[in-house]
Design a protein around this ligand. Structure first.
Ligand code: TYC
Length: 107
């Protein structure tokens, strides 16, 4: 006896049950942090590549980080957010810059 045995019909067909409830995944913000050494040009390139922003939006976000210390570059499921942070870390290491990203939950 399985949970679905009750759905079986005499002719062998199975009545399907559907649910219209949607599951909204929890999103985590990915922040870019300011430092004194990473070049503005490098940060803009990273934002364009990792967070898929236009050059204008990437420049705006870079300046926000530069003047305010941090800026939210996007919100993603936890796994994707983790990957973004890791990709920033790898690009920064390869470029020889201390640029860092961080994940922020709802708190
Ligand atoms: N503060 C850096 C500079 O003056 C620029 C910078 C911007 C660095 C954003 C990091 O996330 C950052 N060269």
């Amino acid at each position: 006896m399985t949970a679905h045995d009750d759905d079986r019909q005499p002719g062998g067909e199975v009545l399907e049950r559907t649910r219209d409830k949607t599951v909204t995944p929890k999103l985590y913000r990915v922040l870019l942090l300011n430092d004194d050494y990473t070049t503005m040009e490098f940060v803009v390139a990273v934002i364009e590549e990792v967070f898929r922003k236009t050059p204008a939006e990437a420049f705006r976000l870079m300046m926000q980080v530069h003047t305010e210390g941090r800026a939210v570059c996007g919100a993603y499921t936890y796994e994707v957010a983790e990957t973004k942070v890791d990709t920033v870390r790898q690009l920064a290491e390869r470029g020889g810059f201390p640029l860092q990203a961080a994940i922020e939950g709802d708190g």
